[in-house]
Design a protein around this ligand. Structure first.
Ligand SMILES: C[S@@+](CC[C@H](N)C(=O)[O-])C[C@H]1O[C@@H](n2cnc3c(N)ncnc32)[C@H](O)[C@@H]1O
Length: 277
């Protein structure tokens, strides 16, 4: 791999571009990341430097294919099934049970930064298991997955996973019950898929078009953003929650310092945030 040539000023231009485009703060020492993620793209597009890349993108208004490709290359899509366990236990045991007791029929859940779909499909599996255990409750679950990365969303919509990706967090029992084997892939079954829709959306932009939700998963993405972006995103997430709505963050993320809109609920399983009255 030939290293991309750039001086500190060009690196700074790229840092600013990336943060404006998708919120990701690229540290001053992330040169290896720029090289490993962008060399191939620059070669393919015949672009000589980081400055040329940014100016080529800036010459086009709004989102364009090159900008999308750079964002796709620079974002980290790491994800797995039932990640960290606890949100997927608190969801049925505390939140869905509360809604059942309130006789709430429609439950809307947002999986923000959903990557290749493991998070929203894990939620849908939990909804399915809850519905079967609580047959009379007649609850409908609607799950929306959003991500900035169009190509990862296409994978999510396809819902096909190789055995290696499937093994990460998924029990054999759930695999047999909720997936169908198709050659080298396993596809999430139609019932589980039917509750989930996907939309391309940048967390840095207005959420008005997404509507209101009862529960928001925004996990393992805020870590990449600046303090100000975290504050802005948490305030917009608070505004899109219905009264008493819940927010799950990643295991290493917290709202402390960034938002006063939520109460922290400590359960024996882990932490969930609830919108203040
Ligand atoms: C590490 S994955 C987290 C996936 C999942 N939430 C989980 O916890 O397993 C981070 C995802 O955030 C997405 N992302 C990064 N910046 C974004 C932005 N500004 N708007 C929406 N999604 C973004 C990436 O494309 C990537 O799929």
């Amino acid at each position: 791999m030939t290293a991309i040539q750039y001086n500190p000023e060009e690196y700074q231009i790229f840092q600013t571009f990336l943060e404006n485009a998708c919120g990701i703060v690229l540290g001053d020492n992330k040169h290896y990341l720029v090289n490993s993620r962008l060399s191939k793209l620059l070669r393919e597009e015949n672009i000589a430097s980081l400055t040329d890349l940014v100016s080529k993108i800036d010459n086009v208004v709004g989102m364009n294919p090159l900008k999308s490709k750079v964002i796709e290359a620079m974002t980290t899509n790491e994800t797995l099934w039932f990640r960290d366990g606890f949100p997927f236990e608190i969801l049925p045991e505390t939140i869905f049970t509360e809604y059942k007791n309130q006789k709430k029929n429609q439950v809307k859940i947002l999986s923000a930064a959903c990557s290749s779909g493991q998070e929203p499909y894990s939620i849908s599996i939990i909804a399915d298991e809850f519905s079967k255990k609580n047959f009379g409750a007649n609850m409908q679950f609607q799950i929306v997955g959003i991500d900035i990365d169009q190509s990862i969303l296409n994978n999510a919509r396809e819902a096909k996973y190789e055995s290696m990706a499937l093994a990460r967090g998924l029990s054999e029992e759930r695999k047999q019950r909720y997936f169908n084997q198709q050659g080298n892939y396993w596809q999430v079954n139609a019932d589980i898929r039917s509750r989930v829709t996907f939309r391309e959306h940048n967390l840095m932009q207005s959420y008005a078009s997404l509507g209101k939700f009862d529960v928001v998963f925004c996990r393992n993405v805020l870590i990449y953003f600046s303090a100000q972006s975290k504050k802005d995103i948490l305030s917009r997430l608070a505004a899109m929650l219905n009264p008493g709505g819940y927010l799950f963050l990643g295991a290493s993320e917290s709202i402390v310092q960034y938002s006063e809109s939520f109460n922290m609920i400590r359960t024996p399983k882990g932490v969930v945030y609830q919108l203040k009255p």
